[in-house]
Ligand binder design. Structure first.
Ligand SMILES: [Zn+2]
Length: 144
């Protein structure tokens, strides 16, 4: 048996301990009973940020805005990446308009911006939209 992974629930921010070999079994949150592992991006806001960047499963955040054309065309690619990387990386979308304070705190200068967090720390960042194979290749180079 391996050490369980600590994974925040995308719904209630509760921390779950899940053995790596159970990640594919649709594990449920111990607190709110919702699915902990999603195959799609979830919305990240100021209140959930500190909880969601924690844990053993990396978190990739797409910083976007409603008025941004490239952000909109990147959305389906980000969605596909979430499906492809389910169980290996968690994907979240941060609306920079609705969360201006957090976007400022993260030093966002252009959107879309992608920020990768692992164990509560930023480990990599990219600006601009790119095709799915390139996105996956970048994440692979980060050990995902
Ligand atoms: Zn929960």
């Amino acid at each position: 048996m391996s050490e369980p992974l600590v994974i925040p629930c995308p719904h209630c921010n509760g921390l779950n301990r899940i053995p790596a070999e159970r990640l594919g079994d649709s594990p449920k949150c111990g607190r709110c009973k919702s699915a902990v592992i999603l195959a799609k991006p979830f919305d990240l806001g100021q209140g959930a940020y500190a909880s969601q960047i924690k844990g053993d499963l990396p978190l990739l955040v797409d910083v976007w805005a409603e008025w941004c054309g490239p952000c909109k065309s990147f959305a389906p690619i980000f969605q596909q990446a979430a499906t492809q990387l389910s169980g290996r990386c968690r994907l979240a979308k941060l609306d920079s308009e609705a969360n201006q304070q957090l976007a400022g705190q993260l030093g966002i200068r252009s959107i879309p911006s992608l920020i990768l967090f692992r164990n509560g720390r930023e480990v990599a960042r990219q600006s601009g939209a790119f095709p799915l194979p390139q996105l996956v290749a970048w994440l692979t180079s980060q050990g995902i």
